[in-house]
Design a protein around this ligand. Structure first.
Ligand code: GLN
Length: 250
């Protein structure tokens, strides 16, 4: 951490941040403060250049048009790319995976160049993936199952420099045959999980915080978070059951 206050970048909340994804920055700030670490959220809008000096960055989901505005801005002001090059942790949700890739195809078939922080591409699938998702993390340091809500039309194919963030237990994730979910490349993590993801997955929040502060963090036991996780993990299993039942009726 460069200074004594942890600085959390909330990147382009004016165009990217569906389903409360801005909550990821709030969770990081709260979990830092609960450990006595001073923390603030730095909101970076379309009116601001993207600073490269922040300690951790989060980006949320978006629909196609908003996604395009974000892509253009991040290409014009490459602060996020520079921060990732020096190893700053970044969490990219849903559309942000697509924007950070080489290119994505919109649902009208148009190909839009991304910012190539991730070695991946995204094309529309025939049906949208909507519902609760449960996965098993593949990242060292994460052991708890992950829970989120997904809502995307894109299917994401990883190239050799990117590895999957998790394996799908219930839901679609990257919507590819290997049942992969999300992406990890260097210090940058992408996931299709809304939720917000860090409210549902405190271990992932603390993973990012530990990287951002360069310290080991004492665990936090919050009963409401444990209850939320129990409910959401059960909802993921319900989605899978419902989908199987619909499949049988066909
Ligand atoms: N527009 C993208 C898709 O449908 C991302 C959607 C989202 O971020 N919720 O794949």
């Amino acid at each position: 951490m460069a200074e004594s206050t942890l600085r959390i970048g909330l990147v382009l909340p004016d165009v990217m941040g569906t389903y409360g994804d801005g909550g990821n920055a709030l969770i990081l700030r709260q979990r830092a403060r609960m450990r006595g670490i001073d923390a603030e959220i730095v909101s970076i809008t379309l009116n601001d250049p993207v600073p490269e000096s922040l300690d951790v960055y989060t980006l949320g989901g978006a629909e196609d048009y908003a996604q395009r505005l974000a892509t253009r801005h991040l290409l014009q002001y490459p602060g996020l790319q520079r921060a990732a090059e020096r190893g700053a942790p970044v969490l990219a949700i849903c559309a942000a995976i697509q924007v950070l890739g080489h290119w994505y195809e919109t649902n009208t078939g148009e190909r839009v160049d991304g910012i190539s922080m991730f070695d991946l591409t995204t094309s529309p699938q025939s049906k949208r993936s909507i519902g609760e998702i449960v996965t098993t993390p593949l990242l060292d340091g994460l052991t708890d199952q992950l829970t989120g809500f997904e809502n995307h039309g894109g299917a994401t194919t990883l190239g050799p420099d990117a590895r999957p963030f998790a394996r799908v237990v219930h839901g679609d994730g990257n919507a590819t045959a290997d049942r992969s979910e999300g992406v990890v490349q260097g210090s940058v993590i992408g996931t299709y999980m809304h939720g917000p993801a860090l409210a549902r997955n405190p271990q992932l929040a603390d993973y990012l915080l530990a990287k951002a502060t360069g310290t080991t963090l004492a665990p936090l036991d919050i009963a409401e978070v444990a209850q939320l996780r129990t409910e959401r993990l059960a909802a993921g299993a319900r989605r899978a059951r419902d989908e199987r039942a619909r499949e049988r009726q066909r």
